[in-house]
Write a protein that binds this ligand. Structure first.
Ligand code: SF4
Length: 259
């Protein structure tokens, strides 16, 4: 039984004008699984390509081994509009902000009255209409060291480590948009880094970052792995006064694609 609805992507050649087309890995209708909008029916547009390489990436085929079909923005809008019950769209990846055409798509969705969430690693700022910037800064524990590299011997480690935090981009995103800061937490060792980054961000932004804007999310893309991490992460959220976010799509559908 399908757990969500999706379109069949046609393979297409790389377009000449990259401002009007996006490499799409998946486009489907499901429930938002994470964050303050968890449970809201939403159309997901998952772009391919990422500027980072977290070892635990749960969208492997947008980062370590990117696969996609190119769709122009008009075609993406047409597909989104087929899901008539949905008024929320989640632009995700990979890292959707690396693509110029994400700006075009977000502007068109805004014109049509959709609520847009952008799931981003927070390393790139663009001046576009976004209702909720769901910012997930990557901690040191995400770095693909040789021991943790899923695809090699740690060739990406230095680049990932150098690029994973951009304080200016993070502050600009927080200043410009409705936002949530969502941290993937593996264990208590992540907390000092989260608290330090939060202090730096609070000093760098003009907005107030309330503790409830800070979400701790257990690392794990399968029910088995979440069972190992979630209780500890929930306890850490209570200890620090931050918000815990479940991964509803994993609870409901485990690691099925297009959820
Ligand atoms: S930033 Fe996100 S999409 Fe990119 S490698 Fe990390 S988890 Fe995957």
């Amino acid at each position: 039984m399908p757990v969500s609805e999706s379109i069949e992507l046609e393979e297409a050649s790389v377009p000449e004008d990259a401002t009007d087309a996006l490499p799409i890995n998946e486009l489907f209708y499901s429930l938002q699984g994470e964050g303050r909008l968890a449970g809201v029916p939403s159309v997901f547009v998952r772009t391919s390509g990422c500027n980072l390489r977290c070892w635990f990436c749960d969208s492997y085929h947008t980062s370590w081994e990117p696969t996609h079909a190119w769709l122009d923005v008009d075609a993406i809008i047409e597909e989104i509009e087929q899901y008539e019950a949905a008024d929320h769209v989640v632009l995700t990846g990979g890292e959707p902000m690396i693509h110029d055409a994400s700006e075009t798509l977000l502007e068109r969705l805004n014109d049509r009255g959709y609520h847009t969430t952008v799931e981003t690693n927070g390393t790139i700022y663009r001046d576009v209409p976004i209702d909720l910037a769901s910012i997930s800064p990557k901690l040191a524990s995400s770095t693909p060291t040789p021991e943790r590299d899923p695809a090699g011997d740690g060739e990406w480690a230095d680049r990932h480590e150098a690029d994973r935090i951009d304080l200016n981009a993070l502050a600009s995103l927080i200043d410009a948009y409705g936002f949530q800061l969502k941290f993937v937490v593996t264990d208590a060792e992540d907390m000092p880094e989260i608290c330090d980054l939060l202090a730096e961000l609070r000093a760098a932004t003009t907005r107030t970052i309330a503790d409830e804007d800070v979400l701790l999310m257990p690392e794990g893309a399968t029910r088995d792995r979440l069972a190992e991490t979630r209780t500890r992460v929930a306890e850490l959220a209570m200890e620090h006064g931050f918000r815990y976010t479940p991964r509803l799509h994993v609870d409901l559908w485990n690691d099925a694609p297009e959820t």
